[in-house]
Design a protein around this ligand. Structure first.
Ligand code: ADP
Ligand code: ZN
Ligand code: MG
Length: 489
C-alpha cells in the first residue's frame, strides 16, 4: 500500500491506449473469416500470409465501425485519412509491417464522460482513434519450438488513445468501463478483456501536486482484465513515487505487470516512433468520408447506456440500482423492454417484478449456462406471460419461480403449461373452505391448543391446507378462510 502522506504529496497522471477487436465477419484487408478458435492457420490466404504480389482490400465495415465509434465519442471524423506502414520484425508478422494509421487517424479530438463511483461524471479527452490490423500469435509452450498461428493476422482493430486526463486508478477504471459500454452498445466489439477483444496499455506518471509539468511516463503493457488495469496503475504509481522519494529518476520504459506479485517490472526501453519507419501505405487508397455517409452511420447509433438507464428510472419507475444493472448489457436492456411491452397490464409492481426476475433468476441461469441472454432460450414474451400470471393471481410467485427454468427448453408459453397441468391456483371460495374444514376436523387437539393461546398454530393450519391442495391455494384467500373457520369454532 502507498503511504497516504506520500500519495497526498504527488498527483498521478494517466492516459490509456485501448485496442478493440472489431466484430466484422472478415479480416481488415482480405476475405478470411475472423472466427475465433478455428484450427491454427486455417483462416489464412495469400494476402494475410503476405505472399509477394498480393494486394490488400479494405473492409468497408471496419470504416463503418470506427466511424460509429468516433461519432459516439464526440470525435471529429477526417474527410480524408490514409493508412501507414509500421515496420518491425517479428515471427508472427509475415509482412514485416503492420498496416496502421499514423499522422492522419480517421477520428480525433473527441471526449467521453466516465462515471465515477460517487456518480460524478468526469470528462476525458480522446486524442485519436485509428484503424489497424492485428498480428498473428506465437505459441511458445511446445518445448524447444515456437509455433506461429496466423489466424489472427489481419483481424481488424481500432486503437483508442486518451488524453492524459485521468488522475487515479479509479478514474482509469471508470474510463475503461465507459469505453467497454460504448463499443458493446454500438455492437462493434464484444468487449471481452479476458479473451483479448479489448486490450489496454496504461501510461502512468506522477508529479508533485501543483506542479505544472507532467512527470516522465512509463507504459504498462498488455493488461488483460479490468481488475489488473486498476492494480497495475496503483503498483506503477507506487513504484514511481518510491523512485522519486529516493532522489532517483523515472525512466521512459515499457513495463509488465506481474499480477501474482502485484508489481510492475521493466520490459524493454520504449521504442520511439522513428524506430518504426512509418510511411504512407502505397497499396491502399485514402479513405474518404462524405457527409451522407456520416448521416447514415449516425442513424445507426443506438441510445447509449447512461441515457437508457435514466429513461428506465424516469419512465418505468425503476430504482437506480435496477436501472444500472439492467443496462450494463444492451441485450439485457432490450430483453427487459420487450418483456415489459408484453405484460397484459403494466402497473409498477409488475414492471419491478420483471426487473427482479432478470436481476435474480435469469442472470443466474445465464451464468450457469455461460451464454448470453439471446442464446438462453427464454423469450421476453414468456417472461411477460409468467409475471402477468402472478399479477392476475392465477399462480403464486413460488410456482412462477419453479416454472421459470422449464421455459428455457419449452416452446409452450407459461399460460399453456399452467392450463395443461391444472396449476392455476384455487381462488374459489367454496373449494378452499371445504379443504380448510377437512383439515380442522382432523386436528381437534391442535384447535384446542390454539384456542388456549398457542396462536402460532395458525400457520400450521394454513400449511396443512396448502399441502392438501398441492400448493395451489390462493395464499391471501386461504389465510382469510382459515381465520374465519377458526373463529366459527
Ligand atoms: P508515446 O509517444 O510514448 O506513445 P503519446 O504522446 O503518443 O506517447 O501518448 C501515449 C499515451 O500516453 C496517451 O494515452 C497519452 O494520454 C499518455 N500520456 C502522455 N504523456 C503522459 C504523461 N506524462 N503521463 C501519463 N500519461 C501520458
Ligand atoms: Zn486472408
Ligand atoms: Mg503513441
Amino acid at each position: 500500500m502507498i503511504d497516504p502522506t506520500l500519495l497526498a504529496k504527488y498527483e498521478p497522471v494517466i492516459g490509456l491506449e485501448v485496442h478493440a477487436q472489431m466484430l466484422t465477419k472478415s479480416k481488415a484487408f482480405c476475405m478470411c473469416s475472423t472466427e475465433f478458435g478455428a484450427p491454427p492457420n486455417s483462416r489464412t490466404c495469400p494476402i494475410c500470409l503476405a505472399h509477394p504480389g498480393t494486394l490488400p482490400m479494405l473492409n468497408e465495415n471496419l470504416v463503418r465501425f470506427i466511424t460509429k465509434m468516433g461519432l459516439a465519442t464526440n470525435c471529429k471524423i477526417r474527410e480524408r485519412s490514409i493508412f501507414a506502414r509500421k515496420n518491425y520484425f517479428y515471427p508472427d508478422l509475415p509482412k514485416g509491417y503492420q498496416i496502421s494509421q499514423y499522422e492522419t487517424p480517421i477520428c480525433h479530438g473527441g471526449w467521453i464522460e466516465a462515471e465515477l463511483p460517487d456518480g460524478a461524471l468526469k470528462r476525458i479527452g480522446i486524442t485519436r482513434i485509428h484503424m489497424e490490423e492485428d498480428s498473428g500469435k506465437s505459441i511458445h509452450d511446445f518445448g524447444v519450438d515456437t509455433l506461429v498461428d496466423l489466424n489472427r493476422a489481419g483481424v481488424p482493430l481500432i486503437e483508442i488513445v486518451s488524453e492524459p486526463d485521468m488522475r487515479s486508478s479509479e478514474e482509469g477504471y471508470a474510463y475503461l468501463t465507459a469505453i467497454k459500454s460504448i463499443v458493446t452498445y454500438l455492437g462493434i466489439c464484444d468487449g471481452n478483456m479476458e479473451e483479448g477483444s479489448l486490450r489496454c496499455d496504461a501510461n502512468v506518471s506522477v508529479r508533485i501536486k501543483g506542479a505544472e509539468k507532467f512527470g516522465q511516463k512509463t507504459e504498462v503493457k498488455n493488461l488483460n482484465s479490468f481488475r489488473n488495469v486498476k492494480l497495475a496503475i496503483e503498483a506503477e504509481i507506487e513504484r514511481q513515487i518510491g523512485i522519486l522519494e529516493e532522489g532517483g529518476k523515472v525512466l521512459h520504459q515499457s513495463m509488465l505487470f506481474d499480477a501474482n506479485k502485484g508489481v510492475t517490472r521493466p520490459m524493454r526501453t520504449k521504442e520511439e516512433a522513428h524506430d518504426y519507419r512509418y510511411f504512407p501505405e502505397p497499396d491502399l487508397l485514402p479513405v474518404t468520408i462524405t457527409n451522407e455517409y456520416l448521416d447514415e452511420v449516425r442513424n445507426e447509433i443506438p441510445e447509449m447506456q447512461r441515457a437508457r438507464r435514466d429513461r428506465f428510472i424516469a419512465h418505468f419507475g425503476l430504482p437506480k440500482y435496477d436501472a444500472d444493472v439492467l443496462t450494463v448489457e444492451k441485450e439485457i436492456a432490450d430483453f427487459f423492454e420487450d418483456a415489459v411491452a408484453g405484460l397484459r397490464n403494466s402497473p409498477k409492481d409488475l414492471i419491478k417484478n420483471i426487473s427482479n426476475y432478470l436481476m435474480g433468476d435469469v442472470m443466474r441461469l445465464i451464468s450457469e449456462a455461460k451464454v448470453s441472454i439471446t442464446k438462453l432460450g427464454l423469450l421476453p414474451l414468456h417472461l411477460a406471460d409468467l409475471v402477468s400470471l402472478v399479477g392476475d393471481k392465477t399462480i403464486s410467485n413460488k410456482i412462477a419461480k419453479d416454472l421459470l427454468p422449464e421455459l428455457l427448453s419449452s416452446k409452450k408459453s407459461p399460460s399453456e403449461i399452467v392450463a395443461e397441468r391444472g396449476m392455476a391456483q384455487v381462488s374459489d371460495d367454496s373449494a378452499l373452505r371445504e379443504a380448510v374444514k377437512n383439515i380442522l376436523a382432523n386436528n381437534t387437539d391442535n384447535i384446542a391448543k390454539y384456542k388456549s393461546g398457542k396462536t402460532n398454530l395458525f400457520g400450521f393450519f394454513v400449511g396443512q391446507t396448502m399441502k392438501a391442495m398441492g400448493g395451489k391455494a390462493n395464499p391471501t384467500l386461504l389465510n382469510e378462510v382459515v381465520k374465519e373457520e377458526l373463529e366459527k369454532l
